[in-house]
Design a protein around this ligand. Structure first.
Ligand code: PEP
Ligand code: MN
Length: 272
């Protein structure tokens, strides 16, 4: 595999900084927030709650890549304003998806990290465009992408000059339909063997089921992941997207407490 900018040349792993948050330094990070920003109040409330439980980065989609054009598409510019306001109120950096190369410049001022979603993992013009910025990137694995496809997508970004990339395993499509996707936990140690970038796991999209978020978070961390990204909503049953996989505040509290409790047990796996 021809990796030139993200390869593991030496033992120094890349630590990606998102404002004052470090990803890949050996500590475990929790990224949490709703699938979509739905209004000003819910994002602020969620931000305050997850921060209180140890989450260090707030997530929330304003531009949503939905399967159906008739499904909620996100609040777009308005959503970004709500997200930025929540970030300023709580001091949490934010990550949000950019779907179109033409939006990169505009979204740049609202987010601390760009998310490239699964459906756009091989949108090469988008990869090049975010690669020209100095903003950290959360690159999600395409749902039918091999490890090589995934790493090559990251290489496109880094080739343009930006190697502040965090890889996110979020499940792949297989014949199994008991879960929304099949979470490929083997990708975690493999990606870490092959490149210098931090690797996190999204057990929410990876399973599509809220009851599987806790076990899959723990499994990911045991496999060496640098963190997890979890969808949380004040009233999951009423969420405008990804209702089935979103945790309530109470559920997130249980999950984050368990993660914090076992954190130190996994430190040798991540080399600290
Ligand atoms: C998301 O994070 O809300 C999302 C749309 O994820 P993915 O691109 O992994 O489906
Ligand atoms: Mn989602």
């Amino acid at each position: 595999m021809d990796l030139r900018y993200i390869d593991k040349k030496d033992e120094n792993r890349k630590v990606v900084k998102v404002k004052d948050v470090s990803i890949g330094d050996g500590d475990i990070v929790i990224i949490a927030g709703p699938c979509s920003v739905e209004d000003a109040e819910m994002i602020l409330k969620t931000s305050r709650f997850v921060k209180g439980l140890g989450a260090v980065l707030l997530r929330g989609g304003a531009f949503k890549p939905r399967t159906s054009p008739y499904a909620f598409q996100g609040l777009k510019n308005e959503g970004l304003t709500y997200l930025k306001n929540a970030s300023e109120a709580t001091g949490m950096p934010v990550v949000s998806e950019v779907m179109d190369p033409r939006d990169v410049e505009f979204i740049y001022d609202y987010v601390d990290m760009f998310q490239i979603g699964s459906r756009n993992m091989q949108n090469f013009s988008l990869l090049r465009e975010v690669g020209k910025t100095n903003k950290p990137i959360l690159l999600k694995r395409g749902m039918a992408a091999t490890i090589e496809d995934f790493l090559m997508a990251a290489e496109y970004i880094a080739y343009e000059g930006n190697d502040n990339i965090v890889l996110c395993e979020r499940g792949i499509r297989t014949f199994e339909n008991y879960t929304r996707n099949t979470l490929d936990i083997t990708a975690v140690p493999i990606l870490k063997q092959l490149c210098k970038l931090p690797v996190i796991v999204d057990p929410s999209h990876g399973t599509g089921r809220r009851d599987l978020v806790l076990p899959m978070s723990l499994a990911s961390l045991a496999a060496g992941a640098d963190g997890v990204m979890i969808e949380v909503h004040p009233v999951p049953e009423e969420a405008l997207s990804d209702s089935e996989q979103s945790l309530s505040f109470e559920e997130f509290e249980q999950v984050s407490k368990r993660i914090m409790a076992v954190k130190s047990c996994f430190s040798d796996i991540r080399g600290i």
